[in-house]
Unconditional design. Structure first.
Length: 449
């Protein structure tokens, strides 16, 4: 049954995904423009933003947090979706200043080296998105590492790649609309099964509004939303394909609706906890309701994973063909497609690695906190390369120290106390160095744009 769902869903997405039309093919492939050159509408933009950020792994994470911390856990993870609002206002400023992409802004203000360092972070992030989402889908086919699990992850990657290659971002966005509608419908069905069976009295009693009860993660999220969105080209690329006011409305709507969606998904874990289930929070919850809910959950996870993966493919295509190698004498769409195929192979091959390797190669939100001052002070003309590199490297260093458990400090006794401690210090030092070096090594007047 799982294979039937995967193949049937993929065939539907391939049929829906449009082929490139003659004429403005670059605008279609990289800007999701229609054949007549017009841009997508607000509803389409919002749907695409929402579903491309409702990752399969995000649904799993919010369900797990709901199981551990009840509604507090759901709110903690949902807080990350306020990143849309932060990104929306920042991109609005950049577009008003005349920049057509984040890369153009960084290259103009901080130089080519800054752009390449930023791009390296983006490539690492996009590489992560492939295996981290296909693994969640694979769990419906078999245990982690089993032959059926591995086959399912490769099949998911390959089938999504097929329809993504057709017209790039236009394929991604138009299939996003269908995936968003399908996910919304299935989520409502899922709630119809879960909510009546959830012991809400116990769920409310499990809420603990303290640092140890999950509030520490809420505080971490409130720190990271000022930097987190900017290392995700899946989100930011969509900020430059429509005019400013439509873009800003779409990002604000996505932030609000995304918060609600993710919080609702935490009820999977809340039910899991109140029903005293054990094992994989997603799969065991679905099994407890029977085959219908297993199918619903399978399609939700497949839809959310597919949307994220196809968006990841289109982002790597744009990053390589437009942002980094725009001057290369090669067909840009062909180069983008080669980049997409390469990422598919290198990304999914990680499912053969062990858990410790996967953990070590995951880009954490802590590693990119140094992006916050760069974009918050995007209109300040004084900062130069020293400010940029010091801020970026501060986040990277603290992220590595956290990953290697080299930081002993903590705030509170909760699970995320060390994470909160690290993020506070990393953010404070990043801002301090950024501002201080802007006065010590300011950008010369002759270099200001």
């Amino acid at each position: 049954m799982n294979w039937t769902i995967l193949l049937g869903f993929s065939a539907l997405m391939f049929a829906i995904s449009p082929a490139l039309k003659p004429g403005n093919q670059l605008a279609q492939f990289f800007g999701a423009k229609r054949e007549d050159g017009s841009e997508i509408g607000l509803k389409t933009l919002t749907s695409s933003l929402l579903i491309s950020w409702i990752f399969a792994k995000s649904i799993y994470n919010t369900a797990a947090l709901g199981s551990s911390f009840s509604m507090v856990g759901g709110i903690a993870y949902a807080t990350y979706w306020l990143s849309f609002i932060v990104a929306g206002f920042t991109i609005y400023r950049l577009k008003k200043a005349g920049f057509r992409s984040i890369h153009e802004f960084l290259n103009t203000k901080y130089g080519q080296g800054a752009t390449w360092l930023f791009s390296f972070i983006l490539v690492f992030r996009l590489w992560n998105e492939i295996w981290s989402n296909t693994m969640v889908v694979g769990q419906f086919f078999g245990s982690n590492g089993s032959s059926s699990f591995i086959m399912a992850t490769w099949a998911t990657t390959g089938l999504v790649l097929l329809y993504s290659l057709k017209s790039g971002l236009r394929s991604s966005i138009l299939t996003d609309v269908i995936q968003m509608g399908l996910t919304t419908f299935l989520l409502l069905l899922l709630l119809g099964f879960i909510l009546p069976k959830t012991d809400m009295t116990m769920a409310m009693a499990n809420n603990n509004w303290s640092l140890s009860g999950g509030v520490d993660l809420i505080l971490v999220a409130m720190i990271q939303i000022w930097s987190y969105p900017f290392h995700d080209p899946v989100m930011t690329d969509r900020g430059f394909i429509t005019e400013e006011s439509k873009m800003l409305k779409g990002f604000i709507l996505s932030g609000v609706l995304g918060f609600i969606f993710i919080f609702i998904f935490s009820f999977i874990g809340i039910y899991f906890k109140t029903a005293n289930l054990e094992g994989n929070v997603i799969i065991e919850t679905a099994k407890s309701f029977g085959v219908i809910v297993v199918i619903i959950m399978n399609v939700i996870m497949l839809s959310s994973a597919s949307s994220t993966i196809d968006s990841t493919f289109t982002s790597i295509g744009k990053l390589i063909s437009i942002d980094l190698f725009s001057n290369i004498k090669m067909d840009k769409i062909l180069l983008a497609r080669i980049s997409m195929i390469t990422l598919a192979i290198l990304g999914n091959i990680m499912i053969h690695a062990g858990p410790s390797i996967l953990s070590a190669t995951t880009v954490s939100g802590t590693m990119v906190v140094g992006l916050a001052p760069i974009f918050i002070f995007s209109n300040w003309s004084r900062p130069h390369k020293a400010s940029y590199y010091a801020s970026i490297l501060t986040g990277l260093v603290f992220g590595v120290l956290l990953a290697t458990k080299s930081i002993g400090g903590t705030i509170g006794t909760g699970k995320y106390g060390s994470l909160l401690y690290t993020n506070i210090w990393a953010t404070l030092i990043s801002f301090a160095l950024f501002v201080l070096l802007a006065f010590i090594f300011p950008k010369r007047k002759s270099e200001k744009s």
